[in-house]
Design a protein around this ligand. Sequence first.
Ligand code: SF4
Length: 126
Amino acid sequence: MIFSPPAHDCSLCPRLTSFRTENAHKFPDKHNAPVPSFGDMSASLLIVGLAPGLKGANFSGRPFTGDYAGDLLYGTLLKFGRAQGQYEARADDGLTLIDTRITNAVRCVPPQNKPETSEIKHCLDF
Ligand code: SF4
């Protein structure tokens, strides 16, 4: 089965689409869109987060990038040889993953960081 990434304006989850739009008005210079998975599709290790953090992945556009969770995760991946380069908390820092892929169960930031079951089901297609 081939999974394609969601469209930048995916609207399958009305609640999340509305929250995204709200954030795009508040933070116009940030990503505020579905956050694509990071790393090769054929990787042997898949790391699955729940959802993008409001000021982390939702701002930067890369999973676990820009908040404390990312400091921990990417530091650990670098330490154990699962990443190379330098983690600088931004999507264009040049960091690459080694045989590892990172994704989120829902690609769009949810209010209070709590996605609903229906939203997780919608995003499974991606
Ligand atoms: S969470 Fe996934 S399915 Fe829902 S709107 Fe975002 S990209 Fe689309």
